[in-house]
Design a binder for this molecule. Sequence first.
Ligand code: ARG
Length: 458
Amino acid sequence: QASPSRSGVFHAETDQRLEAYAESISFDRRLYRHDIRGSIAHADMLASVGLISSEEAALIQKTLREIEVELDSGRLPIRFELEDIHMHVEQALIDRIGDVGRKLHTARSRNDQVSTDIRMWVRDALDQIDARLKDLQIAFLGRCDADFDVVLPAYTHLQRAQPVLAPHYWLAYIEKFERDRDRLADCRRRMNQCPLGVAAVAGTTLPIDRDQTAAALDFAGVTANSLDTSSDRDFMLEAAFALSVIASHLSGWAEEWILWSTVEFNFIKMPHAFCTGSSIMPQKVNPDTLELTRGKSARVMGNLQTLMLLVKNLPMAYNRDLQEDKPPLFDSVDTVIAMLELAAPIVQGSVLQRESIASRLEKGYLDATTLMEWMIAKGMPQRRAHHLVGAIVGEAMQLDVPLSELSIESLQAHAPEIDKSIYDCLGSRNAVDAFVSYGSTAPAQVRSQIDRWKKLLA
Ligand code: ARG
């Protein structure tokens, strides 16, 4: 049977090689629920404006629901000559109810149909990802109270920098994932305009009611220019970008915890349920989950590039190139969901290696900046204090002792204004307690941020 999209203008059947080349049903099948939902709303609208009768609409809708059940159970046969999910659903309808089914595609093209379907699909996907991001935030937040007394080195350039509370790290990730959620919400808001009714490219001469279908499909409004809409995939680019940033955050976290779980760091032990062994080295407990998170993030970022390149040279409006948008987008969504679903239990189940962390916490002069700021508070110009503390740290390095073990005499030899109260801010724990600024690792600040997030994520 000839493809329903081939009109009387054709003088030859489609070459089978083209059918195999052009089909998208193998991947756009997963749009079927959204496609059917769109068609049900479209049929309602066609009836309200009098383009079909309400009996016809009811028959179309009842049959579409039956087709949905068949698709649910995988019973609807796939036929490459029907190209995509839209044709499969429509043909199934026509096979069952004949001419009434042939009315459904009134005032509609696959161009506005696919754009509507995919927007609804992406909208749902973003909601799912948002929920999983929240779960991951909750996993980090859930660690904060128990880890509150642990002091960790903060790094810049992966060199020891200043001491921070462990929950300060956890809250840092919560902030990143909050921005990710905000990006998703922003992307969702912009994409939430209904394309249905722009038809192929110029709209329709038929008296449709676009607002009705938009409202029925939970869109906030309708798109305003048919040419723009037929060609627009900005919402996909934005979604793919937002997912890439999530992947980047997860990849950075994965890298950090892979390092932290080495013998060299020994800051954290990950739950064995999420680690793998070696087929030859019996002692190995490998962080493969996080390595795969780091690795899979590359695919998510690659998908963004694919989508950018796909659209960059397209003249308006719809071009079949756009069919290639779905595999990368679906892959990004699937990958990010999988990453997030594994991240949360790892965050929840990992154990800080307190003794190991504490045993080396006084290495690396995490309190040097605190000492410098103590001098600044006593009135010394910053540049002078910076230079002077450098000299003090240099001496401590030579003696291979932490700053807190330098005698008052040797400190005063560098700066006579130093008195014994200096020891109250030396050492990593004291240094943490000395912070005061908003957003710092000051225990009171961290406490109030934890409380803020407990309210926000409740
Ligand atoms: N399968 C197509 C896609 O994914 C649907 C739109 C086809 N439109 C067309 N005029 N050939 O983009």
